[in-house]
Design a protein around this ligand. Structure first.
Ligand code: COA
Ligand code: AMP
Length: 622
């Protein structure tokens, strides 16, 4: 264990107040907080700040306006654009002026449904500057999902682009936005659209063209940074819960800025002027924290990559982009590495291109399988660190703190508790289980700075996370501590699955499938997948009269794609005579999982009809 890690974890446990007061000095406050923590306002009560000021203005004030802030690298459009902190200030300021001209002010919500272009980051930071609350919606979600978020967040303005570029495909965004606006009960006051050359869109009367609005407001002064309380919301990010309704995680300004500043230095080992790259999407929490806010708060250079690990143009793209920008720490999802490995198993492109100045690779979003880590460490010669976190937390809670010189790691484990987080593995009785034994992964309340303190419009939903184990946050993951104190995350305790690093709810997919014509009952489970980690598979039982309906599987798959979005990646549905159930009627999803994974399934003694599993296995094996 490194001395620095030992000291940090000890201080964070013995005197959290002192630990986080010190960390709070990493950011610029308008009014410094009186203390680190106090109910009812949570982290840094009394403190006021502006997150965008911390991301941009303060670096310029410190004389670093000419330093690179953002490097947009888009192999899909063959474009590289670089922005210094001074240029970023101007770009963000222009978008802030555009929004202000539409009446957007502190507390208003703005939905951002945009691809991985710099304008998306400008828009997020412009909202932060004004004190408006942004909610970025991932481009892979369908209109109905966008509509749900519009109705929950009730935004004044929606920002979008004409298209996204997904590998070789161009995806028109405008028709999806139009449909979502039709479906939503809430009426958005203004729509602003960024035209992309690849596929321009037609605007409806009253809608604004981004560049025209920018030109029209070019003479307006850049609005000042709003003064916000530490617990004022910075953004809402919707994530899959166990129901069809997405959970709006609310991120507060103060704790978030402090936690990200601390993590950039102490987890990722990144400081002023260091190039950092998180190859994720701004639609996910990783993109919020480590493409936009974290690296900028730290005064680093963030790489914003519009492409895929493979096919844009080849599996060498990661190494090429890394080299081009001199990336020092790199972050991606295990699924991306598996995709690269599949196409370049000998890592010839990696050997040819190299990793340049990169010192470490971080993986998160799903369990990193030991084989993938071993391959990447061998081929890159770099330490590969698996680390664990969730949208709810906003930054890593289990990791090896590279920035604290702690490189201890164990393949198959997500790492060690990050200072600020106190973990326990709890049994059904709510008591810690003996070391080595599996149970519910829980974190002691109050959660660290940056973690959620409520859900938008749904405080009761937030409280439910603390209901099973009073005083503890139930992460929804199952796992265990080993003898050396490493945490092993083994899966979820609910119906959430991770598909290519994307968090999805099988329960939500079941709700959609169950509503289709002729479906008597259904189950959707997560099956193992060599590249995506997991993929959803549906089992459908037709109602009487629909047994011969050949289109049923296709209809069901189409419905999930249409209602939830392409990101659901539901490509397989089996139409079967019945589902395996217990005598009390509970569907044996675990059994279905074993069957599709080709594992020995055995017949549980509680099963209603012992013949069903074999019939299902026959259907699966075709
Ligand atoms: N806008 C529109 N559609 C999108 C989209 C977006 N932003 N993102 C994904 N999709 C679509 C894809 O085009 C695909 O559509 P298809 O079924 O028509 O092919 C579908 O959603 C599923 O996407 P995905 O699961 O990502 O599969 P893929 O085959 O396109 O790519 C990987 C597989 C592994 C290369 C890719 O998922 C990847 O890079 N994953 C890393 C994820 C990540 O960074 N996660 C964040 C946590 S760190
Ligand atoms: P998200 O909110 O999308 O970040 O998803 C969070 C969930 O992803 C966690 O609750 C875990 O189930 C899973 N997850 C994220 N990182 C890891 C990891 N390193 N190891 C195992 N599971 C992970």
């Amino acid at each position: 264990m490194s001395e620095k890690y030992q000291r940090a974890i000890q201080e964070s446990r013995e005197d959290a107040e002192l630990f986080w007061t010190r960390a709070a000095a990493l950011i610029d406050w308008i009014t410094p907080p009186a203390r680190a923590y106090g109910e009812p306002r949570g982290w840094f009560p009394g403190g006021t700040l502006n997150t965008a000021y911390n991301c941009i203005d303060r670096h310029i004030a410190a004389g670093r306006g000419d330093q690179l802030a953002l490097a947009y690298d888009s192999p899909v459009t063959d474009t590289v654009r670089r922005f210094t902190y001074a240029e970023l200030h101007e770009e963000v300021g222009r978008v802030a002026a555009m929004l202000a001209s539409l009446g957007v002010a502190k507390g208003d919500r703005v939905i951002i449904y945009m691809p991985m272009v710099p304008e998306t980051a400008f828009a997020m930071l412009a909202c932060a500057r004004l004190g408006a609350v942004h909610s970025v919606v991932f481009g892979g979600f369908a209109p109905l999902e966008l509509a749900k978020r519009i109705d929950d967040a009730t935004p004044r303005v929606l920002l979008t682009a004409s298209c996204g570029i997904e590998g070789a495909r161009t995806i028109a965004y405008k028709p999806m936005v139009d449909e979502a606006l039709e479906l939503a009960a809430h009426k958005v006051q203004d729509v602003v659209l960024f035209q992309r050359e690849r596929l321009p869109a037609e605007l409806k009367p009253g809608e604004h063209d981004w560049m025209e609005l920018r030109a029209a407001t070019a003479g307006d002064p850049i609005p000042p940074c709003a003064e916000l309380a530490a617990d004022d919301p910075l953004y809402i990010l919707y994530t899959s819960g166990t129901t069809g309704t997405p959970k709006g995680v609310v991120r507060e300004n103060g704790g978030h800025a402090v936690a990200l500043a601390w993590s950039m230095a102490n987890i990722y080992g990144i400081g002023i002027g260091d190039p950092f790259w998180a190859a994720s999407d701004v639609g996910w929490v990783v993109g919020h924290s480590y493409i936009v806010y974290g690296p900028l708060i730290a005064g680093a250079t963030s790489v914003l990559f519009e492409g895929k690990p493979v096919g844009t143009p080849d599996p060498g793209t990661f190494w090429r982009v890394m080299r081009r920008h001199g990336v020092k720490s790199f972050f991606t999802a295990p699924t991306a590495i598996r995709a690269v490995r599949k196409e370049d198993p000998e890592a010839k492109l990696l050997a040819e291109i190299g990793t340049g100045d990169c010192r470490v690779i971080f993986l998160a979003g799903e369990r990193a399988d030991p084989d993938t880590i071993a391959w990447l460490e061998e081929k890159s010669g770099l330490p590969v660190i698996d680390h664990w976190w969730q949208t709810e937390l906003g930054w890593p809670a289990i990791a090896s703190c590279f920035g604290l010189d702690d490189l201890r790691r164990k393949r198959g484990s997500a790492g060690l508790p990050v200072p600020g987080y106190h973990f326990a593995i709890l049994g059904e009785d709510g008591q810690p289980v003996p070391q080595g034994q599996s149970g519910a992964v829980a974190i002691k309340a109050p959660l660290a700075p940056g973690a959620f303190r409520t859900l938008w419009n749904n405080p009761a939903g937030f409280d439910r996370n603390f209901a099973s184990y009073p005083g503890w946050y139930e992460t929804g993951d199952a796992g265990h501590f080993d003898d050396d104190g490493f945490l092993h995350i083994m899966g979820r305790t609910d119906d959430i699955i991770n598909v290519a690093g994307h968090r999805l709810s099988t329960g939500q997919m079941e709700q959609i499938v169950a509503q289709q014509d002729g479906v008597a009952e259904c189950a959707v489970i997560g099956a193992d997948d060599a590249i995506k980690g997991m993929i959803p598979i549906a089992f459908v039982v037709p109602r009487a009269g629909f047994e011969g309906d050949d289109s049923m599987a296709t209809r069901v798959l189409g419905a999930v794609r249409h209602e939830l979005g392409a990101v659901a990646a539901l490509k397989t549905a089996y139409v079967v005579g019945s589902l395996p159930k217990t005598r009390s009627g509970k569907i044996l999803r675990n059994l279905l999982r074993k069957i599709v994974n080709g594992e020995d399934y055995g017949i549980p003694p509680t099963i209603e009809d012992p013949a069903v599993p074999d019939l299902i296995a026959l259907a699966v094996r075709g």
